[in-house]
Design a binder for this molecule. Sequence first.
Ligand code: 5AD
Ligand code: SF4
Length: 451
Amino acid sequence: MQTKKYTMTVFGCQMNERDAETIRGFLDELGYEEIDDVTVADLVIMNTCAVREKAEAKVFGRIGRLGPLKKKRPEMMIAICGCMVQQEAVATQIKKTYPFVDLLFGTHNLAAFPELLQKAAQSKEPVLDLWSEAGEVVEGLPVTRTDGVKAWVNITYGCNNFCSYCIVPYVRGRERSRKPADILREASELAQRGYIEVTLLGQNVNSYGKDLEETVDFADLLARVDQETGVKRIRFMTSHPRDLTEKLAFTMAKGKNICEHLHLPVQAGSNRILNSMNRGYTREHYVDLVEMLRRYLPHCALTTDIIVGFPGETEDDFADTLALVDSVSYDAAFTFLYSQRSGTPAAKMPNQVVGEIKKERFQRLHTLQNKHSLRHNKALVGQTLEVLVEGPSKTDATVLTGRTRGSKTVNFTGENIATGTLVMVEITEARTWSLLGRTNLEKTNTDDEAI
Ligand code: 5AD
Ligand code: SF4
């Protein structure tokens, strides 16, 4: 029998990427092979994102383009899953507009994927299966990781924060923590199988453990991953400022293999907007946290997320954001135009900011942040940093690319260096979003003092 073939497109965040690895695991067990070419695929899967309108529009466009293909090859199955589908109204709309889609399922019923696929294969009608509530955390689902060096490990699912702009709590459900023993086992197995870097994943890692019987917080978990698993590089994301503790900064500073990088989304610099976003902290509290962090870890890379043009954002509010970005001086910032998400409180707020103003503010923020990114990168020139080799650079195969512990991309020269190696690289030049360097073999393997 010929092997069945599938393609999968993944939109959005690392949670979605990690869910896709579980879907891949199931499909491996079912004997499918992943390919790129949708024109010969038996199954086409799209794991969707609902955080911003743009991502949703892309998915609608892509499903539309599958129509003629499905007409030509009716046996080809189309499955749409993920956060977009978890919104019932959107799922119904997809079903109505694109009746040729075979299967629609949300984020809560991932474990049921093989049964749903079978059901869809046998059904003449599209199968729409949405669970409104997430159940208990399901352990032991299969996983096929496509990267052999870096792995993502979920520690929590869902979110309880209900930031007023954000769709995530509605599509990913309430926060559920995995048990420490399950996380530690997974991380240890990954280290044994040769994975160098593990990123602990949650919408808000800092509230890890609050729902568990066992008394454990994120700092405890992080310390145990550091001490008990053998993972050489430990990262985590995302940290909500509301729940960031001094204990975490202390744990990071004391840790051996915990990377010196914190992603701490601020979202806005104005207290009025932060309040309206329901973020649960003030600008002053955020700045105190950054100062505290830098006391423990003076060289810690700091990155953030910022939304521009939240409803009611005035020029003064935006000036507060610019001033905050200037004073905190982030290594990098992920900046987003506010996107109205139906069903969230902010979507109904008055004084939505018009597109032109949003874009113009976005540009100003971008220019300011670039200045800081370059400044941080320039400060690294002349230093020798530990880099995890990710392989040849996409633009120049003679150059290798990798990341520092501070999560900076370094393109560097060196010979006979395998993907997955930790090498010491002397930084020779700084760009806004990357560093250039050359390997320092004298320091590789002999110098544990990495930055
Ligand atoms: N509009 C724009 N950006 C958003 N984010 C979340 N919801 C929205 C929205 N409605 C951003 C936040 C979050 C990041 C993952 O996406 O900055 O931290
Ligand atoms: Fe969305 Fe806020 Fe939860 Fe992050 S913390 S996922 S921004 S609701």
